[in-house]
Design a protein around this ligand. Structure first.
Ligand code: URA
Length: 232
């Protein structure tokens, strides 16, 4: 692949910035200063350095965000800031959110540029679990546990069983295994309850523990491997 692509995809700089870095003799391939940013390099064999620090090539990035309210789960929007604004240091990687959380929903949201994995994680057949902490306007009746387990009709289809754990009169945790549009809010609405606050605690085995609201981190290698294994 071209050296400028390698460096741009590794977050060193845009292709034009890379050109300037090459001119400044800051880029070396296998210990030799390079003269052009358009030369070919082998990402599996060549050692590329910037200011004598190795630059490790990664094709795909996986970033976990603790989404705040007020951001839309999109890469651009005319009215509201997109979640990608919160991970702007990865702009070079063109990340997108894996599924969507409503603008007023907070919590665990994965962003990646791995389209294949994203597609699989969202595919109904893999039933990736998502757990939400729900605050309602009225009391949550014990009967909802059974109703959600049986499934309800949304968009003309029976939802998969949902696991509801009532925490107190107005708070519960609901785990669902699919991701229909506004699914959690609509499930409660079906029984006359309004969801006042919605926070996604987990997406598969990922949670945003340790991340303050609005913060993010890259997934660790073992987390990436485990996510891929979930949808093999
Ligand atoms: N269900 C909803 O209703 N909203 C979300 O943001 C996520 C799940």
């Amino acid at each position: 692949m071209r050296l400028d692509k390698y460096l741009a995809n590794s977050g060193v700089g845009t292709r034009s910035e890379v050109k300037t870095l090459v001119k400044k003799k800051l880029i070396k391939v296998n210990g030799e200063v390079v003269k052009s940013s358009s030369i070919s390099v082998d990402e599996n064999k060549d050692v590329i350095t910037f200011k004598d620090e190795p630059v490790i090539y990664k094709e795909f990035y996986y970033v976990l965000l603790n989404k705040p309210k007020g951001y839309v789960s999109a890469v651009e929007d005319n009215l509201h800031p997109p979640v990608t604004d919160l991970v702007s240091e990865f702009a070079f990687a063109n990340l997108f959110p894996v599924g969507r959380l409503d603008i007023d929903t907070t919590g665990t949201l994965l962003l990646t540029n791995d389209g294949d994995l994203c597609h699989k994680l969202l595919a109904p057949k893999y039933h990736v679990d998502k757990t939400y902490y729900v605050t309602t306007d009225t009391e949550i009746s014990q009967t909802l546990v059974k109703k959600f387990k049986e499934g309800i009709i949304l968009d003309g289809e029976l939802t998969l069983p949902g696991d509801l754990v009532i925490l107190d009169s107005h708070h519960a945790e609901l785990t669902i295994h699919q991701g229909k549009f506004h699914q959690v809010k609509r499930m409660f609405q079906h029984f006359g309850l309004k969801v006042l606050e919605l926070d996604r605690k987990t997406f598969a085995f990922l949670d945003s523990r340790g991340l303050a609201i609005g913060e993010h981190r890259e997934l660790r290698d073992e987390e990436i491997r485990a996510l891929k294994a979930l949808v093999e």
